[in-house]
Design a protein around this ligand. Structure first.
Ligand code: PLP
Length: 399
């Protein structure tokens, strides 16, 4: 028998599998609204102009030395200003332990491993539903998982009372994973007032919030506004954890640029925590990649490039918001008796359409429209050119 004879093929990733099927379809009408990557109105991938300019400045100017184990100090500094606020006292007081991470996924994984190592009896509460990889990340870090109520299927909005009950009923001092903005896959975020209530209840229960912020700027078009939930928790005096990603908001997907930060009691604790995060990273990948980090720090450190970035990230968010409107209007024009209010109420890259797996199968089989079977539409794949085709197909399978 061969050494690896017992190895069965792994189940397909529900998200990446959609792209494979899309690529294999020869139909000229095919539409990919599965993948979570931004596309322009012609359905093409986008490299931001601010990124191109940063790359021009880097070109030929850079040696290929290793970054420090914790990553680029400058990139971390800029990332913390973005998440915690330009004038944050926590930054001035050096209370934040932070390391550059392999984008948002790597930041989550590093935190999960840290949680396992230093709080071995803790669990993580994850919203239902969530980005499917969250389950894999904490599973592989061997942190037991629990779920909390989040989505309300009937209203296709937030189940706020269910959410608050689950927060109250969790044992004191529990770890919760929160999407800072543009919840994936539902596109449903709490309002500011609801965030304040959630923060208050966390305080009462001494829970620890870990924010996964994969879409800062991508939700509303304004990174400051998208950081509101985090800022509310900071004002209320919580210690928090935060995973940042530049995949979506700078379009740096494959560069794997991100940051993990943990707000500590004081500087001494932050130094200790940072040193342990580095110790976890060292045997896994030693140190993070340099190019994306440099692009990020150049853009955020240069007022002109930063304002170009703000303009470009708003452009991406606005195009998506526009496509939400167009999709809803097209469905209404076709005479759909169903309510499509949630298409425009939801925010960020995804629309949780409420379509059943069977309806999604019909979209794929009859219309060559590719998306995950949970009914999640990536709004980034919707364009002026395909929105009416998409609306027509959705209307047909839901009527
Ligand atoms: N977290 C959420 C909620 C996401 O939707 C994503 C990407 O789809 C990520 C994290 C991580 O993405 P990346 O590792 O590319 O930064």
């Amino acid at each position: 028998a061969s050494l690896f004879g017992h190895v069965e093929p792994a189940p397909k990733d529900p998200i990446l599998g959609v792209t494979e099927a899309f690529l294999a379809d020869p139909s000229p009408e095919k539409v990919n609204v599965g993948v979570g990557a931004y596309r322009d109105d012609n359905g093409q991938p986008v490299v931001l102009e601010c990124v191109r300019e940063a790359e021009r400045r880097i070109a030929g100017n850079l040696n290929m030395e290793y970054l420090p184990m914790g990553g680029s100090i400058k990139m971390i500094e800029e990332s913390l200003k973005l998440a915690y606020g330009e004038e944050s006292d926590f930054i001035k007081d050096k209370r934040i332990a932070a390391v550059q991470a392999l984008s948002g996924t790597g930041a989550c994984r590093l935190f999960a491993d840290f949680q396992k190592r230093f709080l071995p009896d803790s669990q993580i509460y994850i919203p239902t539903p969530t980005w499917s990889n969250h389950h894999n990340i904490w599973r592989d870090a061997q942190v037991p998982q629990n779920t909390f109520t989040y989505y309300h299927p009937e209203s296709r909005g937030l189940d706020f009372s269910g959410l608050m009950n689950d927060i109250k009923n969790a044992p004191d001092g529990s770890f919760f994973l929160l999407h800072a903005c543009a919840h994936n896959p539902t596109g449903v975020d709490p309002t500011e007032e609801q965030w304040r209530e959630i923060s208050h209840q966390f305080k009462v229960k001494k829970h620890f919030p870990f924010f996964d912020m994969a879409y800062q700027g991508f939700a509303s078009g304004d990174p400051e506004r998208d950081a509101k939930a985090i800022r509310i928790f900071l004002e209320d005096g919580h210690q928090i954890g935060c995973a940042q990603s530049y995949a979506k908001n700078m379009g740096l997907y494959g560069q794997r640029a991100g940051c993990l930060s943990i707000l500590c009691e004081d500087e001494m604790q932050a130094v200790a925590v940072k040193s342990q995060l580095q110790q976890i990273a060292r045997p896994m990948y030693s140190n993070p990649p340099v190019h994306g980090a440099l692009v990020v720090s150049i853009i955020l450190n240069d007022p002109e490039l930063k304002s170009l970035w703000l303009k470009e990230v708003k452009g991406m968010a606005d195009r998506i918001i526009g496509m939400r409107k167009a999709l809803k209007e097209n469905l209404e024009k076709l005479g759909s008796p169903l309510s499509w209010e949630h298409v425009t109420n939801q925010i960020g890259m995804f629309c949780y359409s409420g379509m059943t797996p069977e309806q999604v199968d019909r979209l794929t089989n009859e219309y060559h429209i590719y998306m995950t079977r949970n009914g999640r539409i990536s709004m980034a794949g919707v364009t002026t050119g395909n929105v009416s085709y998409l609306a027509n197909a959705i209307h047909d399978v839901t009527k």
